[in-house]
Design a protein around this ligand. Structure first.
Ligand code: NAP
Length: 312
């Protein structure tokens, strides 16, 4: 049996359940490709799954390889694969119900992979799929954000937020973002029109009515967000479904987004990156063997941009 280095869990729990070990190398079935992983992005969902928060929804069998953001090179093809070929450089947010990308190899459905942006390396490409698709599906597919509209993006300096800021600017929206003071210059350089310091200012008192709120925090932040929406506006959350009753009471709409893999959208994201309209900021790069440290950093909740594991 051919093996590979991988980071797996055999039980749910804290960072100590992550195991860096030799695991079986997967094989591509029909419609799938085997990808040699060059880099894997870390996302909050990785440690949420590790802690068992999504086990009722995802029904993983353990051991499980974590990590659902990848950039690498196609190594082998399953039958029926027509669009991709061996040697293609691809990036993907693969199916979260299957083994992930904290590994030297991953099997991905062809329909979930796109050619990676040519102008950036694998480390930066691996930072894009999950957060980029989430931002796109939230702002545009669910939120319907259009040119000239106003959008409030919570946690604008984070993995999802910093890409959402740039996508909203590209669309021609007026962007308001929340962050602590250490991230204000960072956000202004990304194109945020109004930066709100959540530590010293109540955003609902500082922000004029907006068409779209993008909620990446949930809880009290979500609840306070109703007040900043224009009548007919929309609150889009990726953390918890907003109350339909509260939306009606405020004369607004609500939506909850759970990211879906989408190779066609990824190809659009790659075009934006190569056209210098969108860039992934990678704050921390760690070796695959240091995935535990990466998850601990992510769990603190103050990542600027992304954390990425270098596999090659
Ligand atoms: N439903 C889905 O499909 C989906 C997809 C992707 C992500 N998500 C979820 O969305 C959330 C965000 O993901 P992410 O990858 O962007 O997380 P992240 O990168 O860990 O977010 C970190 C950012 O949050 C900011 N932050 C922390 N507390 C804040 C506050 N009270 N107000 C404003 N900003 C604050 C930090 O800025 P400071 O350092 O300045 O505090 C930091 O830049 C996670 O819960 C994730 O699981 C859901």
């Amino acid at each position: 049996m051919r093996t590979m280095k991988a980071v797996c869990i055999y039980s749910y729990g804290g960072p100590e359940v992550l195991v860096y070990e030799d695991a079986p190398r997967p094989h591509p079935d029909a419609g799938e490709v085997l990808v040699r992983v060059h880099a894997a992005g870390i996302n909050p969902v990785d440690w949420k799954i590790r802690e068992g928060h999504l086990k009722e929804m995802l029904h993983h069998t353990l051991p499980l390889v974590l990590g659902w953001d990848v950039s690498g090179v196609v190594e082998a093809l399953g039958s029926g694969v027509t669009r991709l070929k061996v040697g293609d450089e691809v990036f993907s947010r693969p199916d979260i119900a299957r083994d992930g990308a904290y590994a030297e190899f991953i099997v991905i459905r062809e329909s979930e992979a796109a050619l990676k942006p040519k102008s950036i390396d694998h480390l930066h490409a691996a930072a894009l799929p999950l957060a980029g698709l989430t931002a796109w599906q939230s702002l545009f597919d669910a939120g319907g954000l259009s040119a000239g509209q106003r959008v409030l993006i919570h946690a604008a300096a984070g993995g999802v937020g910093h890409l959402a800021v740039q996508l909203a600017r590209w669309k021609g929206a007026h962007v308001i973002g929340t962050a602590s003071a250490r991230n204000h210059d960072f956000l202004r350089k990304l194109g945020v029109d109004q930066v709100v310091d959540y530590a010293t200012v109540r955003f609902e008192e500082a922000v004029a009515p907006v068409d779209v709120v993008f909620d990446t925090l949930g809880g009290a932040i979500q609840e306070r967000s109703w007040k900043v929406l224009k009548r007919g506006g929309i609150l889009v959350s990726v953390v918890s479904p907003p109350s339909a009753e509260r939306a009606t009471a405020h004369g607004v709409r609500q939506a909850f987004v759970f990211i879906q893999p989408n190779a066609a959208r990824l190809a659009e994201i790659a075009t934006l990156v190569d056209g210098e309209k969108l860039k992934a900021i990678v704050e921390t790069i760690l070796p695959l063997s240091d995935a535990t440290r990466g998850q601990e950093l992510s769990e603190r909740g103050h990542t600027r941009g992304k954390i990425v594991l270098r596999v090659i």
